[in-house]
Design a protein around this ligand. Structure first.
Ligand code: NIG
Ligand code: FE
Length: 415
């Protein structure tokens, strides 16, 4: 997708920079009225006003898109999802509606293990075809880059299969969203290893992680660090082994209880700590000090009927906050960017500007892509969205409804 495109008469709104924006920087968006964006071979080569743009007439091989004053933002980056899985868990969801908790279902052998059983029976094609539907929906909602995790195999072959499917989808010309892969072998303890957590960790660290590295199947390693899943010490063991092999780190941290996951992410230099519903004051301070992107997943809090993460306090404490959907078959079967935006603004009290930064440049930083995507600036990828309105206030106002009119990936207008 190496396209030449000139977008004219745009109201351009974007955060700026090549690293995560922290604290009050998050609300500082650039706004250009009557703007032009020129994209050459998929990369932005001009951003500015119509008045300053002299080259339009001389550019012969460029498609021109006149957006007639509509608001143009960077494409959204969904930096935390689990979109590759078999089966579904609607029955478990009905139990949760009657009051059963997410962890009690998991402890009974349901939850993640339920999806693991279903995923292990899937073929490469099954997983690929099922995931494509999610990826198409993401594109409609303006997502131009998504992170996807393994973690529903919990054995060598199925974990590798999930990662391979993501790689193939990334090369598929019918898939427009870029996919960044994360290995999440420590998502739960599989039944075959019941009571043998240490053996499972050894297996992951010695037999699976090196193969993932050798085959270059994942860029990040993540762990579900949670009471009753992987403890702080166990998570440290896995993440340290991953770091030694050259992986970048992420962490499911402080989702159900306050365990010290945010502090661990800071200690190990993780790119992000995710969920953080119960992050401690110290954890928030550590993330701000060590530049860990605090990735908040409000759809999950909503679906689990939990308190939302303290997003406002995190930004006020100097953190860089990102937002992502956490699309997965259990705790949060939703990849809705519009609802994420509404929950961010209404319940977590992020401003609309902060919410845009959290879903673009800071999401890019959470997957180590802030130098390439996440803002509309010369040298970055031509990944953009055109809203249906001339301003961005529609984003939280249309609650759960899509306001993206056109998604542009690498300068290509997605049909
Ligand atoms: O981010 N918490 C761990 N992992 C997912 C849920 C996975 C599942 O329930 O299938 C999450 O919430
Ligand atoms: Fe998750």
């Amino acid at each position: 997708m190496k396209e030449n495109l000139i977008i004219r008469h745009a109201h351009i709104v974007t955060p700026k920079g090549t690293s995560a924006l922290k604290g009050e920087q998050m609300s500082q968006l650039e706004s250009i009225s009557n703007g032009v964006i020129e994209i050459t071979d998929g990369i932005i080569t001009y951003v500015g006003t119509e008045a300053d743009y002299k080259q339009a007439e001389s550019k012969k091989d460029f498609q021109v898109l006149d957006v007639k004053g509509k608001c143009v933002l960077p494409g959204f980056v969904d930096s935390h999802t689990h979109f590759i899985f078999g089966g579904e868990r609607s029955e478990e969801f009905s139990w949760r509606l009657k009051g059963e908790s997410y962890m009690s279902i998991m402890n009974k052998g349901g939850g993640i293990m339920n999806t693991v059983r279903a995923t292990r029976t899937c073929s490469f094609e099954d997983l690929k075809n099922k995931s494509k539907i999610f990826l198409d929906r993401m594109t409609e909602m303006g997502v131009t880059t998504v992170e996807g995790k393994s973690g529903y195999g919990l054995d060598k072959d199925t974990e590798l299969l999930q990662l391979q499917v993501m790689h193939e989808l990334n090369e598929d010309p019918d898939v427009f969203v870029d996919i960044i892969t994360t290995f999440l072998g420590a998502h739960a303890l599989p039944v075959e290893y019941a009571g043998k957590t240490q053996e499972y960790i050894e297996f992951m660290n010695k037999e699976v992680l090196p193969v993932v590295k050798e085959k270059n199947l994942a860029e990040f390693v993540d762990v579900f660090c949670e009471k009753g899943v992987f403890s702080i010490e166990e998570s440290r063991q896995i993440l340290s082994a991953a770091k030694a092999l050259g992986f970048k780190l992420k962490l499911h941290a402080d989702e159900i209880v306050s365990l010290g996951g945010a502090e661990l992410a800071a200690e190990l230099g993780a790119f992000s700590a995710d969920h953080l519903l119960h992050a401690s004051d110290q954890g928030i301070k550590d993330m701000a000090d060590k530049n860990v992107v605090a990735t908040l997943l409000p759809l999950t809090a909503f679906a689990l009927k939990e308190e939302f993460a303290r997003g406002r306090e995190m930004i006020d404490s100097g953190c860089a906050v990102a937002l992502a959907t956490d699309l997965n078959p259990g705790s949060c079967f939703s990849g809705s960017i519009p609802l994420t935006i509404a929950l961010s603004c209404i319940y977590m009290k992020l401003s609309i500007e902060e919410t845009i930064t959290a879903l673009t440049l800071n999401g890019a930083a959470a997957i180590d892509r802030a130098d390439k995507i996440g803002s509309i600036e010369k040298g970055k990828a031509g990944d953009l969205i055109v809203l249906m309105s001339d301003d961005y206030y529609v984003l939280p106002y249309y609650i759960g409804m899509n306001t993206v009119q056109t998604t542009i990936k690498g300068g290509k207008i997605i049909p």
